[in-house]
Write a new protein. Structure first.
Length: 185
């Protein structure tokens, strides 16, 4: 047997005899982020702590809300997830859902007691400012119907209406003007 064939055979045998490198089991954070309901149910039934945190202080609820997993959000809320938990920047699950136009999740979170006017620390934005800035009409509608304050200003002094106007979101501008009055500067 020549040297090349020996090395190929040795490599094949060595590869087969190496221990299995299995993927670690999913965590509650992983299952929530992926919307993996069976795994989420299994992990929730086996643990008492539902508000685990990652390095950025995201909770499973925040990850599910960010990624639009309505059923996962419902499971986490029924398991007692803290609806007002915030990450390092002060972002809540409501803000994350609003910024990504997950209006059904915004409704779920508001019904579960989320504060519509919570303010994050980096820009001073509320869920309404996020939704208005990004052009999420249905989410703006849901937030206004739930009592979100359209007059709140961010750290630059801008309101949700200012952001909607500046970004050319006509329908949102009209919704916000009807909430605060058309003559609002």
């Amino acid at each position: 047997m020549n040297r090349v064939m020996f090395l190929l055979l040795f490599a094949a045998v060595t590869a087969c005899s190496e221990p299995d490198r299995q993927t670690p089991p999913p965590t509650l954070l992983d299952a929530a982020e992926q919307g993996d309901l069976p795994t989420l149910q299994q992990l929730l039934s086996a643990r008492k702590e539902v508000d685990l945190r990652d390095a950025c202080l995201f909770t499973p609820l925040m990850k599910a809300a960010l990624n639009g997993h309505t059923d996962a959000v419902a499971q986490l809320l029924s398991a007692g997830a803290a609806v007002e938990a915030s990450d390092k920047g002060g972002y809540t699950a409501l803000m994350l859902a609003a910024s990504n136009n997950h209006s059904a999740i915004v409704e779920q979170l508001l019904k579960a007691g989320a504060q519509a006017d919570a303010v994050e620390k980096t820009n001073g934005w509320t869920a309404l400012i996020w939704a208005a800035n990004r052009g999420h009409t249905e989410t703006v509608r849901v937030l206004l119907q739930s009592g979100a304050n359209p007059a709140l200003r961010d750290l630059e002094g801008q309101t949700a209406l200012d952001w909607a106007r500046n970004n050319g979101h006509g329908e949102i501008t009209a919704l916000l003007e009807s909430a605060v009055g058309p003559d609002t500067p």
